[in-house]
Design a protein around this ligand. Structure first.
Ligand code: IPM
Ligand code: MG
Length: 364
C-alpha cells in the first residue's frame, strides 16, 4: 500500500531522530511491500527563522493533505526569550488545534532490560505498562478568556478550564476503547472535589461508561494519581485526563521508563477502533534537547516507536507496527544502548547506529 506522510523535523535533535524513524519506515516498506511518500515541512524555531511564523500556512495545508504527520521536536534557547512575539511551541499548539488532534496517547512501558537504569526501585517499576490519554485541544491551554490586563489594583491574568460535554465525551471514548483493547481498566483523573469542569467530567465519564460494561471505570483525584504513579505504577492500565493534568502527569510517568528517550506518543483526530484508520501526528515525548543536537547522540527509539504507533493507528498496519516494536526489544536485549540508557557492560551506540540496528532486526 501507499501512504502520504508529512515530515516535520523541527529543531534541535528533531532532524536526527526523525531521519532514523524514516529509515525504519522505509525498511518496513521494503520488507512488507509498502511505500511512504514523504512531504517535508517547516515548524517551530526553523520556521520562525525562515519565514517568521512558528507554523507556516503551507505546512498546515500540506499536513491536511497527508494521512499522518511525523514530528521531531520544537524549541531551543535561541527562541526562549519571553519578549519574542512568537515561540516555537506556538507552532506545536497550532498544529494540534489546526489538525483537530484532541486525543494524545502516551504509553509508558518499562522494558525489562532497563529496569535498573531508572531512579526508582526495580521492584516498583518492573512490569509497568500503562497508557495516558490526554485531552489535547481544550481546557487551560485553549479556552477563553485567556489574557493579562492592568487595573488600579495591579496586573491580573487568567486562563480558563472550560470543557463542553462533547469534548469530554469523545476523549472518554478514546480511553474506554483503548482500555477495552487492553486490560479493561480505565482510571479517569480529575479534581472533582474542587473544580466544576471536573464535576462535569465525572458525570460524563459515568454516562459514557454505560456503553462499556466490560471496562471497569475508576475516578481518581489528580493529586492522588500523582502519588500513586510513584507508589504503585503497576496499578494502572489506561488513564484519561484533561489537558493540563495530562501534561504534568505524563512528565512524571515518563520517569518510570528510565529515559524520555524511550517514550513515543500519538495525537489523534478520532477515536481509535480496530479496522479504522485515523489521522494522527506522531512524535517522541522528549523535547529538542539542544545541547545534544548535531552530535549523533540522541536516542531515536522514542521516534521509532512513534512511527510504529503511526503504522498501527493511521495506516492500519498492525503486523508491521509489531515488527518494529519487536525489533527495538531485540536490539535492547542484545545490549545496545544510547548514552541516556547506558549501563555497565552494555555497548554504547549513537543515533544512526541505533537506527541501523533496529532496521536489521525487522523481520518480514
Ligand atoms: C508536551 C509539551 C507541550 C505541552 C509544550 C511544548 C507546549 O510539554 O507536549 O507535553 O505543554 O503540551
Ligand atoms: Mg509536557
Amino acid at each position: 500500500m501507499q501512504f502520504d506522510l508529512a515530515v516535520l523535523p523541527g529543531d534541535g535533535v528533531g532532524p536526527e531522530v526523525t531521519s532514523q524513524a524514516i529509515k525504519v519506515l522505509e525498511e518496513v516498506g521494503r520488507r512488507f511491500g509498502h511505500s511512504f511518500n514523504l512531504h517535508h515541512g517547516l515548524v517551530g524555531g526553523v520556521a520562525i527563522d525562515e519565514i517568521e511564523s512558528a507554523l507556516p500556512d503551507d505546512t498546515l495545508k500540506m499536513c491536511k493533505r497527508c494521512e499522518a504527520v511525523l514530528l521531531g521536536a520544537v524549541g531551543g534557547p535561541k527562541w526562549d526569550d519571553p519578549k519574542l512575539a512568537v515561540h516555537p511551541e506556538d507552532g506545536l499548539l497550532a498544529l494540534r488545534k489546526g489538525l483537530g488532534l484532541f486525543a494524545n496517547l502516551r504509553p509508558v512501558k518499562v522494558f525489562p532490560e532497563l529496569t535498573n537504569s531508572t531512579n526508582l526501585k526495580p521492584e516498583v517499576i518492573s512490569g509497568v505498562d500503562l497508557v495516558f490519554v490526554r485531552e489535547l485541544t481544550g481546557g487551560l491551554y485553549f479556552a477563553r478568556p485567556k489574557r493579562q490586563w492592568r487595573t488600579s489594583r495591579g496586573r491580573w491574568a487568567t486562563d480558563s478550564m472550560t470543557y463542553s460535554e462533547q469534548e469530554i465525551e469523545r476523549i472518554l471514548r478514546v480511553g474506554f476503547e483503548l482500555a477495552r483493547s487492553r486490560y479493561k481498566r480505565l482510571v479517569s483523573v480529575d479534581k472533582a472535589n474542587v473544580l466544576q469542569a471536573s464535576r462535569l467530567w465525572r458525570q460524563v465519564a459515568v454516562e459514557v461508561a454505560s456503553s462499556y460494561p466490560d471496562v471497569e471505570l475508576e475516578h481518581m483525584l489528580v493529586d492522588t494519581c500523582a502519588m500513586r504513579l510513584i507508589q504503585k505504577p503497576t496499578y494502572f492500565d489506561v488513564l484519561v485526563t484533561e489537558n493540563m493534568f495530562g501534561d504534568i502527569l505524563t512528565d512524571e510517568a515518563s520517569m518510570l521508563a528510565g529515559s524520555m528517550g524511550m517514550l513515543p506518543s500519538a495525537s489523534l483526530a478520532g477515536v481509535p477502533k480496530e479496522g479504522v484508520n485515523i489521522f494522527g501526528m506522531y512524535e517522541p515525548i522528549h523535547g529538542s534537547a539542544p545541547r545534544r543536537a548535531g552530535q549523533n547522540l540522541a536516542n531515536p527509539i522514542a521516534t521509532i516507536l512513534s512511527a510504529a504507533m503511526m503504522l498501527r493507528y493511521s495506516f492500519g498496519l498492525n503486523k508491521e507496527a509489531q515488527a518494529v516494536e519487536v525489533a527495538v526489544d531485540r536490539v535492547l536485549k542484545q545490549g545496545y544502548r544510547t548514552y541516556d540508557i547506558m549501563d555497565e557492560g552494555k555497548i554504547k551506540v549513537g543515533t544512526k547506529q541505533m537506527g541501523d540496528l533496529i532496521c536489521e532486526k525487522i523481520g518480514g
